[in-house]
Ligand binder design. Structure first.
Ligand code: 3HC
Ligand code: NAI
Length: 693
């Protein structure tokens, strides 16, 4: 009798129920248990049909990812699927929660499928850098046709039950109790002598013009730049179209084995677990009590305040935005409305959703009244310590006891801000990334006094508003911006030494970054850094000269690049090139040819070296947390797994050798090797092993 798959009968129906928390992943025990249950049902004279259900929050959410990379144990998922499809008694899958990956493949190998209205089904393997490997690429096209299968498998996005029913992935959406609905569906099959449908035998939807595949390859190469897995998916689906089921399965197997062994898949699986690991804070266990969050206030309706408020409105949390004057408030609320309306125009939300979100938001100029009864305040006013201190002193006086007082500062000392209040335990940094309604990262900055229940509440809140939280400590720039400083420093140094902006940006875009540092500077506005330099007496000759010419970036039609009216495409400018040359020669007397490899090494390893220092100081808890910060906040290519994962793939001895060479060449103080890297190399360990220890 299986520990994880229960066998029961309800009259002539055998009910197999998988119970393997948290998500009923298809571990070896589950696969064996399902096969055992089917064999038992087929041997049981009183049984005429089999229902497959799951306990807990979801139907099977996929293969057990923790088994990947380990020796395969029979029976495989393919063996299990074969036993299901070959069962002489009809099998019906009853789906709730999410039937994902191997979970959907298991359902597709049943003869019929029913689902509750809230269920979702999909093949998200591509998000782990692999392809569906247990017939998903062969069976799904047989049900939904080639083009729809390409879209579903290459995007990896699940679809809701109603759409799955419309496409023929599930046979019926059942209201009410799923177990009863599945059993009654099975009884109907028996009563009507319904055919035993094997998806593998269907061929009516498989014909496709070869152009469908070449077009799909081009489309997905552009949409998922640098990712290999969508291309493998298309190869496998093409085999479904042109070959027999068994031959197609052989192609799928070869492709998944190849994908599974790739660096990209290792990186994507690393990020899957890293994202979940980041939720775990050793001294703040899962059962830490939390504070209720029913109402929020945001201070400042600027770039960040507006975006942050949208996150709260999307989650249905009533939120008041506080500004200094009516004009700023109207402008901020107007931008929010326009953002929602643009999303509605693209068909992503309805006009009703726009009004629902806007109804969650209100504006106020009355600071004390607006913050007096809220559960959390997020301050997003100008980046100025004196102003932030003034605001936090006012919050301390006006907020109810127990309210969480958060700052969105991107660099400043959260402890210094907390110290002006009588309640530093309630103060935390919640560092959103621009555009705050889009970027998924939320760096949460714990101060020395931040209370455990504040931390637990804010980690939970992040999930509620759709963010990926990473808990970090206090230092200038925290994790992300401190590392960015080292990265931008090297990018700028490369300009002085011999590159043009497009050389650096081109190399990094080719590496997979969403955009290069100079295009990013033009997007964010070069005047921001210029003003700070003027205030602090610092200089940056190339950027300063661009700003003196009024070249602030995209908003003025030019910065490091030119931008044609209405276009965001950077176009190199000859005058900028001359300034770069001139300032480079002024600094170094000469310029040299610099190749792509050096550009990538100098920028990427600057991130790694600073990341290692941050890790050693305890500002980040794990190397994998740093990877999450970069992947979700800075456009680092997901298929490289983040900077620390990239360093592990290169091998830390090689990383250290390069860092030492840059140090010796005098490429700036960034290159003093992080002692942690030296230690790990001496111990023969990787960052991943460091995290595990
Ligand atoms: N295998 C092993 N563990 C898994 C898992 C899986 N497929 N899916 C989730 N988990 C674990 C998580 O690591 C997490 O563990 P933790 O609590 O120790 O951190 C726990 O289950 C809960 O996961 P979430 O925090 O993500 O829970 P949510 O409720 O937010 O989300 C979910 C649930 C939507 C199912 C989400 O976990 C998910 O998307 N899982 C991955 C699904 C997937 O990619 N399936 C395809 C796998 S590959 C495959 O099937 C190959 C096949 O074709 C051969
Ligand atoms: P912004 O200049 O766009 O907006 C600031 C807003 O605060 C203005 O609308 C201003 O009128 C308002 N304000 C100033 N004093 C106020 C007061 N006393 N009461 C109420 N409102 C007041 O600035 P931005 O870019 O939104 O930055 C805000 C904060 O977020 C800063 O601390 C910044 O460092 C941080 N941040 C900025 C990011 C960015 O990319 N812009 C990214 C992450 C954090």
């Amino acid at each position: 009798m299986s520990d994880v798959v229960r066998y029961e009968t309800d009259g002539e129906i055998a009910v197999l129920t998988v119970n393997y928390p948290p998500v009923n992943a298809l571990s070896h025990a589950v696969r064996s248990g399902i096969i055992e249950g089917i064999n038992r049902a087929n041997a049981d004279q009183g049984v005429q049909a089999i229902a497959l259900l799951c306990d807990g929050r979801t139907f099977i959410a996929g293969a057990d990812i923790t088994e990947f990379g380990k020796p395969r144990r029979e029976p495989s998922l393919r063996d299990q699927n074969e036993v299901q499809e070959d069962s002489p008694k009809p099998m019906v899958a009853g789906i709730h929660g999410t039937a994902l990956g191997g979970g959907l493949e298991t359902a597709l190998a049943c003869h019929y499928r029913v689902a509750v209205p809230s269920a979702k089904v999909g093949l998200p393997e591509v998000k782990l850098g692999i392809i569906p490997g247990a017939g998903g690429t062969q069976r799904l096209p047989r049900l939904v046709g080639i083009e729809k299968a390409i879209e579903m498998i290459c995007s990896g996005d699940p679809i809701p039950a109603a759409q799955a029913a419309q496409l023929g992935v599930v046979d019926k959406v059942v209201d009410g109790d799923l177990r009863e609905g599945t059993i009654s569906f099975a009884r109907d099959l028996l009563q009507t002598n319904a055919e035993l449908v094997k998806v593998r035998d269907r061929t009516d939807l498989l014909a496709a013009d070869p152009e469908v595949f070449s077009n799909a390859r081009a489309f997905w190469a552009k949409k998922k730049r640098g990712f290999e897995a969508p291309q493998f998916c298309i190869d496998a689906i093409e085999a479904a179209s042109t070959k027999s089921f068994d031959e197609g399965m052989a192609v799928e197997r070869e492709l998944i084995e190849h994908a599974m062994a790739s660096a990209q898949s290792r990186a994507q699986r690393h990020l899957f677990f890293a994202e979940r690991q980041a939720n775990k804070i050793p001294d703040v266990p899962k059962d830490t009590p939390t504070r209720p969050i029913h109402k929020a206030a945001i201070l400042g309706a600027g770039t960040m305040g507006g975006g942050i408020a949208m996150n709260f409105a999307n989650a249905g949390i009533p939120t008041t935005i506080v500004e200094q004057n009516q004009e700023a408030l109207d402008r901020g609320l107007g931008i929010i409305r326009r953002n929602y309306e643009n999303t509605a125009k693209k068909g992503r939300i309805s006009a009703e959703d726009v009004e629902k979100c806007m109804a969650c938001l209100s504006g106020s100029l009355d600071f004390d009244a607006a913050v007096s009864d809220v559960d959390i305040v997020i301050e997003a006013v100008f980046e100025n310590m004196a102003l932030k201190k003034e605001i936090f002193a006012k919050l301390d006086a006006a907020c109810k006891p127990g309210a969480i007082l958060a700052t969105n500062t991107s660099t400043l000392d959260v402890d210094e801000i907390a110290a002006v209040t009588e309640r530093p335990q309630d103060v935390i940094g919640l560092h959103f990334f621009s555009p705050a309604n889009v970027m998924r990262l939320l760096e949460e900055v714990r101060g020395q006094a931040t209370a455990h229940d504040v931390i637990a509440t804010c980690m939970g809140l992040a999930k509620r508003i759709g963010k990926v939280p990473v808990m970090v400590g206090v230092c200038h720039g925290f994790v992300g911006n401190r590392m960015l400083h080292a990265y931008s420093g090297q990018a700028t140094a490369l300009l002085y030494e011999g590159c043009q902006p497009q050389d650096v940006d081109g190399a990094l875009y080719g590496f997979g970054m969403a955009m290069g540092p100079f295009a990013m500077g033009d997007l964010a506005g070069l005047d921001v850094g210029w003003r700070i330099r003027q205030e602090t007496g610092k200089t940056s000759p190339i950027a300063d000269r661009l700003c003196e010419m009024g070249r602030f970036g995209q908003k003025t039609g030019g910065g490091y690049y030119d931008y044609k009216e209405g276009s965001r495409t950077p176009v190199p400018n000859a005058e900028v090139a001359a300034i770069v040359e001139e300032e480079g020669v002024r600094k170094h007397n000469h310029r040299r040819e610099i190749g792509t490899e050096e550009i990538i090494d100098r920028t990427m390893l600057a991130l790694v070296n600073e990341g290692a220092k941050i890790l050693e100081e305890g500002i980040a808890m794990r190397a994998s947390d740093i990877d999450v910060v970069y992947a979700f906040g800075y456009g680092y290519p997901i298929h490289r797994g983040g900077p620390m994962c990239y360093a592990d793939e290169l091998g830390l001895p090689k990383v250290l050798e390069k860092i030492k060479a840059f140090h010796a060449a005098g490429h700036g103080d960034t290159w003093a090797p992080a002692p942690l890297i030296e230690r790990l190399v001496a111990e023969g360990k990787s960052f991943r092993e460091h995290d595990a220890s």
